[in-house]
Design a protein around this ligand. Structure first.
Ligand SMILES: Cc1cc2nc3c(=O)[nH]c(=O)nc-3n(C[C@H](O)[C@H](O)[C@H](O)COP(=O)(O)O)c2cc1C
Length: 383
């Protein structure tokens, strides 16, 4: 199937699955334990019903969204994804360039397989930097200084990885640190020559920002210790707030009290997220927590939603339930896996055209005008 015949993000996902060795596809596609949370994120979004209104003259439609003083062409950014070049060679820079081209924010992960400096250059002013707070203060400070020097003005602190997620697919695929060549890996490489060749040319992916520090890691626990502290507290977050002069957002918020905490220490916004269902299987789908969080925040800081966005209408569902903006992780990544830069372009095109169509069908001439009144009664009363 050619890229132009891919009608949906799911079509791109299927195409990516055929081109990528299983261990690498599962690394991005999989979720925690039973993957209940992963599935529920998209299902719960789909269950949010909006009521179309007619006779509204929607001959001109505006998908722009203003966030933290900046106007973007669509209410969608690229979520931070670690080690994405293992999914498709050069995926990080491909997506950073896509975001620049369409005037969308691109969030560079501190665990990315490309350095934060190279991604700042590729995103060219549209980049934000996502920070995992390390157990070692010097590592955290080093990353902050590099992010400042590279020109990032928005910092996203990810809060939802106090313990590593357990991903059963990765265990079955024997994905471990250090990476081992197993018979299944060899079979995957032989079955996907295009991926194997491109990976050979581009070089083995690693967690680029920590390359030196992680060289001696002999287990995933070692990597986790360097990358992410289990001991982050409100005091620690407040210190970061004082340290970072630009905009600071906290990612991974699911409880209204945690949203209030972020507000109290002066954060500029939060990302309501369950990490795309990669951390826990027992939690709620993100969209179901959004209304109560939006109520707690009361318009006093920006709210971004992620986890499960697969359709253009999902951005409208999130907006109607109180978000200002959305991020997509896998949806855009599947595009790269399906066809490199052209596939990334196709993924954004699908989501953007779906968004435009949904706006018209909803009777809303702009994304910004969508609010709770678009919801079917019952959802607007949900908590
Ligand atoms: C393979 C993978 C790696 C991720 N790595 C990071 C990361 O390094 N930092 C982070 O804050 N979130 C990370 N996330 C979570 C995403 O930023 C985002 O919250 C999630 O993908 C949203 O769900 P979606 O994929 O359904 O859109 C990762 C997600 C995936 C799928």
């Amino acid at each position: 199937m050619g890229l132009d015949r891919a009608a949906s993000i799911e079509d791109l996902r299927c195409r990516a699955r055929r081109r990528i060795p299983r261990f690498a596809f599962d690394l991005v596609d999989g979720g925690a334990e039973s993957e209940r949370n992963l599935r529920r994120n998209s299902e719960a979004l789909e269950e949010v019903e909006l009521i179309p209104r007619y006779m509204m003259d929607v001959s001109a439609l505006d998908t722009r969204a203003t966030l933290l003083g900046q106007t973007y062409d669509a209410p969608l950014g690229m979520a931070p994804i670690g080690m994405l070049n293992a999914f498709w060679p050069n995926a990080d820079e491909t997506l950073a360039r896509l975001c620049k081209r369409h005037n969308l924010p691109y969030v560079a992960s501190s665990a990315a397989s490309t350095t934060l400096e190279a991604l700042a250059e590729a995103a060219d002013g549209n980049g934000w930097f996502q920070l995992y707070v390390s157990s070692d203060d010097d590592v955290t400070e080093g990353l902050i200084q590099r992010a400042e020097a590279a020109g990032y003005t928005t910092l996203i602190v990810t809060a939802d990885v106090p313990a590593a997620g357990k991903r059963d697919r990765d265990i079955r695929n024997q994905l471990a640190v250090p990476f081992r060549i197993t018979p299944a890996v060899i079979a995957g490489l032989l079955a996907n020559p295009r991926w194997s060749l491109a990976t050979l040319i581009h070089g083995k992916p690693n967690i680029a920002n920590y390359a030196g520090l992680l060289r001696s890691a002999t287990s995933y626990a070692d990597v986790q210790k360097t990358l992410i502290t289990p001991a982050l507290t409100w005091e620690g977050l407040e210190r970061l707030r004082g340290r970072w002069k630009g905009k600071l957002l906290v990612k991974g918020i699911l409880h209204p009290d945690d949203a209030r905490g972020c507000l109290a220490i002066g954060c500029d916004g939060i990302i309501v997220s369950n990490h795309g269902g990669r951390q826990v299987a027992f939690g709620p789908p993100t969209i179901e927590m959004l209304p109560a969080i939006a109520e707690a925040v009361g318009g006093r800081m920006a709210i971004i939603m992620d986890s499960g966005v697969r359709r253009g209408a999902d951005m409208l569902r999130a907006k109607a339930l109180g978000a200002d903006f959305a991020l997509a992780g896998r949806a855009l990544a599947y595009g790269v896996g399906a066809g490199g830069a052209a596939g990334a372009e196709r993924a954004f095109e699908i989501l953007h055209l779906e968004l435009i169509r949904a706006l018209g069908q909803l009777g809303a001439s702009s994304f910004e005008s969508v609010g709770p009144s678009a919801l079917r009664r019952g959802h607007s009363e949900a908590d």
